[in-house]
Write a protein that binds this ligand. Sequence first.
Ligand code: NAD
Length: 273
Amino acid sequence: MTHKPGIVVTGASGRMGQMLIRTICDSDRAHLVGALERPGHDWLGRDVGEAMGGAALGVPVTDDPLEAFARAQAVIDFTAPEATLEFSQIAAQARAVHVIGTTGFSSDQLAALKPAARHAVIVRAGNMSLGVNLLVQLTRKVAAALDVDFDIEVIEAHHKHKVDAPSGTALMLGEAAAEGRGVALDQVSERGRDGITGARGAGAIGFSAVRGGDIVGEHDVLFAGEGERIVLRHVATDRAIFARGALKAALWGQEKQPGEYDMVDVLGLRDPI
Ligand code: NAD
């Protein structure tokens, strides 16, 4: 391992890709060695710093993950599920830590990540921020403390460009609530209510998604009882929190054995409260 790990950012032109590139370039603990975009993208061949409207960084944008990952100790990947699956195999061949921020995986796609984790470190989290990962732990504890007289609803809001719903973070929170209650989320989740739905089922965990404007990400976990409510809330106002978390994961992963990890491992929050 080099003293300062070299990092490749995939989806370099994306909202998170650009934030990651700035975060890595501002850090004295890592350096940018590659920037990847999809075939046909108009940034290909250009210096990524200049394409972002700033100074040259000496890193041309490429669509060749094999060549780019071979030079890297870590790949930070906030793209789309199909692309991330392909990258996981190539990152594993290169023995590079694969930090996955991409959301919207099906359960089959998640299972398809497993072979790569036998050869390399994968850190995957639907949300890379410290605050949300703490909220996940709190949600599990509160759900375990309350009985099913408290109805659990996860309400999330994101910008108008987001393509998946509920958000990866909402699903993490739902999973934590289900775990706290000792049930499987897919047995109790209620999504996309519309029309004459009938009364709410006891023990259900409901999800609602709001989409609009430039909302970075807001999540409420509501525990609604008779005569009282508890609301656990996280509000993200700056994407930099996700980029800082992802960089932290890339550095943390350098010392670890192959396997699948999440941000709770990286942040040491397994049992904070
Ligand atoms: P975005 O659409 O702005 O960026 C995605 C980028 O990926 C685009 O530039 C696109 O061209 C690129 N891309 C797609 N396929 C590719 C391929 N095969 N090769 C290379 N590049 C490819 O989206 P965004 O807002 O940056 O979000 C990206 C993903 O990250 C989403 O799944 C989002 O939900 C997730 N996200 C996760 C967190 C977290 O903390 N885990 C935070 C924010 C966003």
